[in-house]
Design a binder for this molecule. Structure first.
Ligand code: XMP
Length: 507
């Protein structure tokens, strides 16, 4: 029997996968479809509900994305989130306008009316807002269930149609998960139909049957996804899996060796390719962040292509996750903030078939699978690290001497985080080398040297983040060590920007 999904219509929100994630987290299968999915296709899915995501558009723009109006006649519940709420209000005859004060970040939501949506929740809690427009007059028959200071119509309802101005899917909304729980179990009366269960056994069998006697090649990055995908595949086909670890020289101090040690412990068959000089040569005189990303991506593919040709493999294993699947579907309306590194186009050129055993999963599900495969906790716990590595943490051109400075400063920061027991308390932490010089005084002598910015964030998925409130004594200690030990640095600053409006990385 087909699993009944909670169907999410995507209007181009940065957070759309988070909605799907939250829904699965509470045991309901979810799927994301484009906002203009036909009415018939929606019906064919027999969904428990429709969730209309947020998005970057304004409903009053000429080509604003709108769903088929007939969805409001369906008997299943609808939940509009942010732009989704505005779409509901607009299509049903309300009024949406650009707000005088835009609202980004934390806000206090006050519940005004009891409703199953708020079952067991406090009368007041923090929510995460990210919008420029707001609903100024409600369509007929709607009532207000909750308000915030800047959004009097923060939660609205008519029958089984709900709209919320804030983002319940992001971690900074307290009780976001409970709101989805109430919506799905109390309002939609959904029945639990999603859990990880026997994922490993099922996938191992599936890979065995699919691959047969062929060979599989994969690129290891030291990250959780490629490691879990490889260990899983290795379990299915043994040494017919060949892994490549390309060292682009943009890794943190000691990292290449650390990763190699992990893979040895996991008995994975892998080959290290030292391409440090090539990457550095190609990055010479390049300042633009997106250009740096493209060069790194292309160079990586070139190296990989050459090795793949030699291997005789028929399959390319990738640690693609569900969020990547959704993103690469090229959903309408979504704006590119940063192009994340991927190897798109490669399999077709090489005549390789894709093997993506993790494509239905989210990151935290992959961590759980990794644990059940016996991958050491310290590897699964490692902070995320971007594909282009330190190249996007040296602002502007990447020079060898700057890499040395950044590696040393970053090493001190991470070492101290571990020593103080803070490493696991933050989601990601790193140092950034800024392209500015400032004046200092050391031992009565004027200095004129570079600045290191420290960044530590709390997050669950990297989609939203808040700066970590690290103790002042700790920051003081790290500042002292960096300035005393890293030649070329005379100033350390701490980044206190949240995402949004900033991003986690500086480039
Ligand atoms: P931003 O800076 O977009 O980062 O807030 C969110 C998360 O993604 C990582 N990141 C990247 N990962 N290739 C990657 O593989 C990239 O080009 C890239 N840019 C950012 C970042 O480290 C953070 O964890």
């Amino acid at each position: 029997m087909e699993r009944r999904p909670a169907l999410i219509l995507n209007f181009g929100s940065q957070y759309v996968q988070l909605i799907a994630r939250r829904v699965r987290e509470i045991g309901i299968y979810s799927e994301i479809l484009p906002y203009d999915t036909s009415y018939e296709d929606i019906l064919r899915k027999n969904p428990y509900c429709l969730i209309l995501s947020g998005g970057p558009a304004s409903v009053y723009e000429p080509d604003a994305p709108m769903p088929d109006q007939r969805i409001y006649l369906l008997e299943i519940p609808i939940l509009g989130i942010c732009y989704g709420l505005q779409v509901i209000a607009y299509q049903l005859g309300g009024k949406v306008e650009r707000a005088l004060k835009q609202e980004y970040g934390r806000a206090k939501l006050k519940v005004l009316k009891e409703d199953p949506l708020f079952f067991d929740l406090p009368q007041e809690f923090d929510v995460w807002m990210s919008h420029a427009d707001k609903v100024v007059s409600l369509p007929e028959g709607f009532e207000v269930l909750a308000s915030s200071e800047n959004s009097p119509n923060a939660v609205i309802k008519r029958g089984h149609i709900y709209g919320v101005q804030f983002h319940p899917e992001v971690i900074h909304t307290s009780y976001g998960k409970e709101l989805f729980y109430n919506f799905l179990y109390r309002i939609c009366k959904a029945e639990r139909n999603w859990e990880l269960g026997n994922f490993v056994e099922e996938k191992v069998e599936e890979i065995k049957n699919l691959v047969g006697r062929e060979r599989v090649i994969c690129a290891l990055s030291g990250g959780v996804d490629s490691t879990v995908a490889s260990v899983l595949t290795h379990r299915a086909i043994g040494d017919r899996l060949e892994c490549l670890f390309v060292d682009h020289g943009l890794l943190r101090k000691g990292e290449a060796q650390e990763v190699v040690n992990y893979y040895n412990r996991l008995s994975l068959p892998f080959k290290v390719i030292d391409a440090k000089d090539l990457f550095l040569k190609r990055l010479k005189n390049v300042e633009d962040p997106e250009k740096k990303r493209t060069i790194i991506g292309h160079t990586f593919i070139e190296i990989f292509e050459e090795e793949a040709r030699k291997s005789g493999a028929k399959y390319l294993l990738q640690g693609t996750l569900y969020p990547d699947v959704v993103e690469s579907a090229g959903l309408p309306g979504a704006k590119v903030i940063k192009t994340h590194h991927n190897v798109g186009g490669l399999p077709a050129r090489l005549g390789l078939k894709l093997l993506e055993p993790l494509r239905e999963l989210f990151k935290d599900e992959v961590r759980q699978i990794g644990k059940s495969l016996g991958i050491p906790q310290e590897m699964l716990r490692r902070h995320p690290f971007p594909g282009p590595g330190l190249a996007i943490r040296i602002l502007g051109e990447v020079k060898e001497e700057d890499l040395t400075i950044l590696k040393e400063a970053d090493f001190i920061f991470i070492e101290e985080l571990k020593r103080w027991g803070l490493y696991d308390k933050v989601w990601q932490a790193f140092a950034v080398l800024l392209p500015v010089k400032s004046v200092g005084v050391m031992g009565d002598v004027r200095t004129y040297e570079r600045v290191i910015a420290l960044r530590a964030v709390e997050s669950v998925d990297g989609m939203t983040a808040d700066w970590a409130r690290l103790p002042y004594d700790f920051l003081d200690h790290v500042m002292r060590r960096i300035i005393n030990e890293v030649k070329g640095i005379n100033r350390v600053v701490y980044d206190i920007s949240s995402k949004p409006p900033a991003t986690i990385e500086w480039e």
